[in-house]
Ligand binder design. Structure first.
Ligand SMILES: Nc1nc2c(c(=O)[nH]1)N[C@H]1C(S)=C(S)[C@@H](COP(=O)(O)OP(=O)(O)OC[C@H]3O[C@@H](n4cnc5c(=O)[nH]c(N)nc54)[C@H](O)[C@@H]3O)O[C@H]1N2
Ligand SMILES: Nc1nc2c(c(=O)[nH]1)N[C@H]1C(S)=C(S)[C@@H](COP(=O)(O)OP(=O)(O)OC[C@H]3O[C@@H](n4cnc5c(=O)[nH]c(N)nc54)[C@H](O)[C@@H]3O)O[C@H]1N2
Ligand code: SF4
Ligand SMILES: [Mo]
Length: 687
């Protein structure tokens, strides 16, 4: 028996360190969290306790497969790797010969967030000159809005929420999506007397366990933030010294917030004026005060504006002064600075592609008959677009095109893989080398393989080495070995890696980036905006044609649309899945019944819908049939359908993204999927 230290590969802010016990027959027999890891402290989430089931599932794809049925039918036959590579590369060469390299496209996202396998295809596709993919579907809008206000750079560390005494969790479901932040620093802060407030249209597990839940109307957060600022300034609760020294545009801000008295904000947000007054007072007068933001607010046509307004709050009350105060969002930039990204990314001077397709508009790109050249060859990996990207039915229509050759590299026969011409088997984190950065804490982790690849599975990096060789590519970076890549990533010379070597990581599994203990980089200003201050007024945003000041703009839609489709559809993540992963493994308890459509009692009553009724949720893009849950957990005017469920889980074989639009957000990129509107009707009971 041996123990191998590694880390969870998932696109989750926690990046847990784990240890795998492997027996003499090379079988992983146990998995547990690494107790010494200060952030994840030996506990894996409920999903990951089932990771060994994932690895050894009888449904793992273990050999290359070739389609023998119609696209989507799911009928395949086993072929050899030689045959698969010949077919895949032959089709790629055909597509290039006919249309040029832009006819080829990668289609990938963050099925793993490790440095090797997330970015495995970047250099290959750049070398090929393929159509480029804009992957800004998660966090980029929220990040951009915060950056415009306070500049880039991690400020309040998630670990330091332990020192907060007021924690405003705004549009993130921490108890479900960020369990170690919830169970670690936030729990510690509460034990020491911190108050936790959640702002979310849904009574999520986080909201249910908070001290106070404010059920806001979707897409109105900017109005609430402006109303809070109105009260804070009106009552002179702001930090005049911090504002004078470290902010820009306070006078213009004061003029703007004059338009947002609590009564008006109450009418927009659905939150009582008294509650707005009280929240403003508590937030401004309790120290240290933290704001926790992730991505829940961004997926709207006004998502950037909403996050932007919220991001102004900490400077107004001088929250940046204290440890545990300020705004806590992503930690990626620390890992950007720490590692040598040139190892995995194309050279800075590589020509950029002549064409880009946005992932949020994949269906549009695949079905656009005017697109020249058409996408004729596509390699999907680290992504399950049929379930996770907007406008499911349009994506399927694209994948059904006979003149599109689709390769899917996967661990499982996903809803997307069923449409492939060739499916290639992918390894799991137990079976390959990986170096894990984190976007939600400050620990780097190394993951050596614990067991040999199952069947004929290959890692993403190995797949691209095989493709490169088959195409005769000889650039050394396309063919280098995984362990060498990890050593090179670590050889950046960054002070953040001081004392962290490959050998240290191999022995211990993880290491904290070399950060000072008391990390308060903005206590005395020094923001990384053009002015060096918090920009209440931003010339950068104005130059992009956006509002220079924080402002509330309603979700972009015309009155007709709102009348035809009276309910807002929200489709957020669930605790039991990781995006669409785990939804295919044996489900437990109530999960066996499939997703429920959640409605407010008033909306249900208006339609004669009782709890448990089969209902049809629909709009101009598609329909989802499922059973109803009726509860005040959902704000009035909102239909809530959890995301991540595969198509077969509903009564009609469509899931949440069948209803979401494929437009972009106000900041010019990012998805507007939560703009979706729907109607819901009761399905006639079967005769
Ligand atoms: N268990 C589990 N954990 C996960 C994931 C998972 O699928 N399952 N996914 C991972 C990934 S990829 C990510 S990006 C993170 C995301 O982590 P979160 O940002 O926490 O997750 P989301 O579900 O996108 O959205 C959070 C909340 O935003 C709320 N929300 C929606 N619209 C609005 C609005 O207009 N205003 C306000 N105030 N709130 C709104 C939703 O109701 C939801 O409760 O989680 C990661 N962790
Ligand atoms: N309606 C709605 N849509 C959403 C969201 C929402 O809240 N609501 N959230 C959005 C967000 S924040 C995100 S991040 C995206 C997530 O969208 P996806 O990235 O598609 O999410 P996953 O379900 O994690 O899919 C990853 C796939 O990669 C595969 N995979 C895992 N590891 C490997 C590997 O090593 N190699 C290969 N080749 N494959 C691997 C998994 O089996 C899985 O099928 O969805 C977005 N879409
Ligand atoms: S999914 Fe997140 S919480 Fe669960 S084990 Fe992985 S990193 Fe930890
Ligand atoms: Mo995400």
């Amino acid at each position: 028996m041996k123990t191998v230290h590694g880390a969870c590969p998932h696109d989750c802010p926690d990046t847990c360190a784990w240890q795998v016990s492997v027996d003499d027959d090379d079988r992983a027999v146990a998995l547990s969290g690494t107790p010494e890891h200060p952030f994840t402290r030996g506990a894996l989430c409920a999903k990951l306790k089932h990771y060994p089931e994932r690895v050894y599932s009888s449904e793992r794809i273990l050999h290359p497969l070739k389609r023998v049925g119609a696209k989507g039918e799911g009928r395949f036959e086993r072929i050899s790797w030689d045959e698969a590579l010949a077919l895949v590369v032959g089709k790629l060469q055909d597509a290039i010969a006919r249309h040029g390299p832009l006819a080829a496209m990668p289609c990938n996202f963050a099925g793993t967030i490790g440095m090797l396998h997330r970015y495995a295809g970047e250099q290959f596709f750049s070398h090929l000159g393929a159509t480029e993919v804009d992957r800004q579907i998660c966090g980029n809008v929220a990040f951009d809005a915060v950056t415009a206000t306070i500049g880039v750079g991690t400020t309040l560390l998630p670990e330091d929420l332990e020192h907060s005494r007021y924690i405003l969790i705004w549009g993130t479901n921490t108890a479900a999506t960020n369990v170690h932040l919830w169970g670690g620093p936030i729990r510690a802060a509460r034990r020491a007397g911190a108050r936790v407030v959640v702002i979310d249209p849904v009574r999520t597990p986080t909201a249910a366990h908070a001290d106070w839940h404010l059920q806001i109307a979707p897409g109105t957060d900017a109005a609430l933030a402006l109303g809070l600022m109105h009260v804070i300034v009106r009552d002179a609760l702001h930090d005049t010294d911090y504002v004078a020294r470290h902010t820009l545009g306070f006078d213009a801000l004061c003029e703007r917030i004059g338009d947002y008295p609590p009564e008006r904000v109450a009418a927009i947000t659905g939150i009582a004026a008294d509650d707005i007054e009280r929240l403003a007072r508590e937030y401004a007068t309790t120290r240290p005060a933290a704001l926790r933001l992730l991505v829940g607010m961004e997926r709207y046509s006004n998502g950037g504006a909403n996050v932007r307004a919220v991001a102004c709050l900490p400077a107004l009350v001088g929250a940046w002064r204290e440890r545990g105060g300020g705004l806590c969002q992503f930690t990626n930039d620390l890992f950007h600075a720490a590692l040598d990204w040139r190892v995995v990314m194309p050279p800075a001077d590589a020509p950029s592609a002549a064409r880009t397709v946005h992932l949020a508009q994949l269906g549009r790109a695949l079905t656009d008959e005017t697109m020249a050249p058409p996408i004729s060859w596509m390699l999907v990996y680290n992504l399950n677009p049929v379930v996770t990207l907007p406008d499911q039915n349009r994506i399927i229509a694209g994948l059904e095109r006979e003149d599109l050759f689709t390769v899917v590299h996967e661990q499982f026969m996903t809803d997307t893989a069923r449409y492939a011409d060739v499916v290639l088997p992918a390894t799991t984190q137990f079976e390959h080398w990986e170096l894990m950065p984190s976007w939600g804490q400050t620990y780097l982790a190394l993951n050596p393989p614990a067991i040999a690849p199952r069947g004929e599975a290959v890692s993403n990096t190995e797949l691209f080495r095989r493709l490169s060789r088959a195409l005769g590519f000889t650039a050394p970076e396309l063919l280098s070995e995984d362990e060498d890549r990890i050593r090179a990533l670590l050889a950046s010379g960054s002070p953040l890696l001081e004392g962290i070597t490959f050998e240290h990581l191999l022995e211990h599994g993880w290491a904290r980036l070399a950060l000072p203990d008391d990390f308060r980089p903005r206590a005395n200003g020094g923001f990384t905006t053009p002015s060096g201050k918090v920009e209440f007024e931003s010339a950068t945003l104005a130059a992009r044609g956006l509002d220079a000041l924080p402002g509330y703009v309603p979700i972009a839609e015309d009155a007709d649309t709102a009348r035809t489709w009276p309910l807002r559809l929200m489709s957020a993540k669930v605790a039991q899945f990781l995006n669409s992963e785990y939804a295919n493994l044996p489900l437990r308890g109530a999960m066996r019944d499939g997703p429920l459509v959640q409605l407010h009692p008033a909306d249900a009553a208006a339609r004669g819908i009782e709890p448990g009724d089969a209902v049809r949720l629909f709009n101009e893009r598609g329909a989802v049939e499922a059973h109803a849950r009726v509860s005040e957990d959902t704000a009035p005017g909102v239909a809530y359908l959890p995301f991540g469920w595969w198509m077969g889980s509903t009564l009609n074989g469509s899931s949440a993204n069948a209803l979401t639009p494929d437009g972009l957000s106000d900041h010019g990129f990012g998805s507007n999927a939560f703009d979706a509107r729907v109607e819901v009707t009761r399905l006639a009971a079967p005769a």
